[in-house]
Design a binder for this molecule. Structure first.
Ligand code: SAM
Length: 277
């Protein structure tokens, strides 16, 4: 097929990704839910708790001692943020767990269709028309100019980095805009570690997903492309090494507590985290 990844010259990848996400933008949530059987929601919840285990104490609201000096908000950048899945979870967690609304998320995405869907979605939330959430059209590999060096507290990218032409370029941009001590969280499809489960998963993704794409979105090629892009993405330790090469401090090159990554559902999805020194 013309979406067959290996036939696409590298420089056309962004155009291709653009058309893939335009064709899926409106059915994006439905597709995510049906293809992952709703499990992507749990992955995203876990991911957001792990990148935002707490907020700086200065940001916690204390109703008994309202501060008079304005506080600098906690600034998050959710790159490839699409329809706002991660951004809204970040804001909800800050508000529900830490009673904090001094937190802002800017969503950057390459696809206007996804940004439009995101705006529609935010219009139904209490963050609508507040400085807490904003949308910017832009590329992860060279972030929009108004995002300054050393300005971001938390950088997230969920299920977006595998579509980018240059992983090192994305990571070095992330490093540049983060404050020293700022954190990066990358959520992406990983490599399934258990050999039997891996076989079942491959079977599922190469046959079932493009068929579902055809039935639900009338488009099997885009979904074929998504499956192939998952296959091509580096393994968990390889990606952790790329983060280190970009300058991030990570845990040890292994999975789990104290490690550079956490696998979800046996590595179908993986969260990598790092800190800018
Ligand atoms: N983060 C959302 C989520 O987890 O549901 C959306 C993920 S969606 C699978 C991938 C997103 O990455 C799309 O919205 C696409 O437009 C965006 N994207 C792809 N390449 C990009 C790039 N180079 N820069 C910024 N966004 C990009």
């Amino acid at each position: 097929t013309h979406f067959g990844f290996k036939e696409v010259p590298l420089e056309d990848k962004e155009t291709l990704v653009g058309s893939v996400f335009s064709s899926v933008a409106s059915s994006y949530d439905l597709m995510n839910d049906s293809m992952s059987l709703g499990i992507h929601r749990l992955w995203k919840d876990s991911f957001v708790s792990s990148v935002l285990p707490r907020l700086p104490a200065s940001l916690h609201q204390n109703p008994n001692s309202p501060t008079t000096t304005p506080r600098a908000p906690f600034k998050c950048l959710d790159v490839a943020g699409g329809t706002g899945d991660i951004a809204l979870r970040i804001l909800d967690r800050a508000r529900e767990k830490f009673a904090c609304r001094d937190i802002e998320v800017e969503i950057v995405d390459l696809n206007q269709g996804m940004l439009d869907e995101g705006r529609k979605r935010v219009a139904k939330t209490l963050y609508y028309n507040t400085p807490q959430i904003s949308f910017t059209h832009g590329n992860a590999q060279s972030l929009p100019a108004h995002i300054e060096d050393n300005s971001i507290d938390l950088y997230t990218i969920a299920f977006g980095i595998r579509n980018c032409t240059s992983l090192p370029a994305v990571l070095s941009e992330a490093y540049r805009v983060l404050k020293p001590g700022g954190k990066i969280g990358v959520l992406e499809f990983g490599k399934v570690t258990n050999p039997l489960f891996r076989q079942i998963y491959r079977q599922y993704s190469f046959s079932f997903i493009p068929i579902m794409g055809k039935i639900l979105a009338g488009d099997s090629e885009s979904y074929q492309y998504l499956v192939e892009s998952i296959e091509r993405f580096p393994s968990q330790p390889e990606f952790a090494q790329l983060m280190r090469d970009a300058g991030f401090q990570t845990g040890q090159l292994r999975e789990g507590k104290g490690g550079a990554w956490t696998d979800y559902t046996n590595g179908i999805a993986t969260a990598w985290t790092g800190v800018k020194a």
